[in-house]
Design a protein around this ligand. Sequence first.
Ligand SMILES: [Zn+2]
Length: 215
Amino acid sequence: MEPDMVTEMIIETAKKGVKATGIVGDDDTTTAARLKTNVPHMVEKRSDKNHVKKNLANCLYGMQKNFPTLSTKNINYLLKLFNYNISQNKQNPVGISRGMDAVVGHAFDDHSFCDDTWCRFIHNSSAKYSSFPYGRPLTKPSLKAALFDVFGAYKKIAPKLSMLSSTQANESLNKSIASKAPKQLHLSGSANLNFRIAAGVAQKNLGSCYLTNVI
Ligand SMILES: [Zn+2]
């Protein structure tokens, strides 16, 4: 969402007696700066889970040029471990930080940072990696060092990662409204647009039964 729009919405809702104390979005610093300057009360900025995951995926795909063994399958497995770490350690930055070492270590058959709640190699060293080719772990030392660098950087922002939220509800509302009021159509010349947006909001709040209620 545009920084100006976020600021305006927070100011307008505050006038109506609702104080928004936090927003979720991508790591765009302009929004945080605008909020600080224009909104009198404190608004906490939280990162969006999907943006964080997308940034990591882009970074790993960027490494493929130097490390051809880092296949798409391997990347998906590392992303799965990363997601698991974030989901299991909500409001636990220490757990997230340790988990980042576990993600890389686990992929290279080093389970010293793993936890037996999810790592089956702790009690069964002959287990196979079902997500890796031939069931074997990664081995290249230079790749291991590079991945430790990448995942190590996330340890520095562990407190932020432990407070991630999602903009999924927002995206879902946008999609519902866009299905009723497509951007390529000019609908704002009459009340047409208002009704279409209201229909999108009603669908979000009540489900598709809003239509039978109206009828
Ligand atoms: Zn492990």
